[in-house]
Design a protein around this ligand. Structure first.
Ligand SMILES: [Fe+2]
Length: 195
């Protein structure tokens, strides 16, 4: 097997050390945030990301899954002007780090009392836009949306567990109709970051 890109191998090694030393998932993700910030600032990684395939059609590149600690690293490549759905990640923690281009993270909140089955009223709470180096943390069940910028963009995602087909059902919210849809996360496309 080809050798992993050294900067990416270092990232995995640092995460494995954090996961081994710290049992609390919130603390793990807080400690992983500056590690991901360093990785996404890497000039070679940014250059490489320009060759990554588009993940249009609800896909994620699956770069790594840790067999011992279960965290997973994904990449997404958005086409210019990509609009994202409003969703949660069920019980998973997620860090989003922008590598190239710009992306916005919208944070939404649920304002109804949850008494009507299959229905939720959600309101936009905040929007933050960032370029290379920006990392956002999304806790379990937080409702949010990732929006593409005016150009192609690439991002790395650290998840506390692998998501996608056959894992955990996530909720998708329609802000216009209030409909809630339950579905698996993006299709996972194996992709190696090698030398
Ligand atoms: Fe998300």
């Amino acid at each position: 097997m080809a050798q992993r890109l050294p900067v990416f191998q270092n990232f995995i090694d640092e995460l494995r050390a954090i996961w081994a030393a710290e049992p609390d998932m919130a603390t793990r993700m807080e400690r992983a945030k500056p590690v991901l910030e360093r990785l996404v600032m890497d000039a070679e990684l940014k250059e490489r990301s320009k060759t990554w395939p588009s993940t249009e059609g609800r896909k994620n590149l699956l770069l790594y899954v840790d067999e011992e600690h279960e965290f997973a690293v994904n990449a997404v490549v958005r086409v210019p002007g990509r609009t994202g759905s409003v969703h949660d990640h069920a019980n998973a923690w997620v860090l989003y780090g922008v590598v190239d281009g710009t992306e916005s993270l919208e944070r939404w909140e649920r304002v109804d009392d949850g008494s009507k089955a299959g229905f939720a009223e959600v309101k936009l709470k905040s929007v933050t836009t960032g370029s290379q180096g920006k990392v956002d943390i999304v806790p379990p069940y937080d409702i949010h949306s990732e929006q593409g910028g005016p150009t192609r963009s690439a991002a790395l995602i650290l998840r506390s567990q692998r998501l996608g087909e056959g894992t955990v059902l996530q909720k998708q919210f329609d802000p216009k109709t209030g409909a809630i849809k339950e579905q698996y996360g993006p299709t996972q496309v194996p992709f190696e970051l090698t030398m």
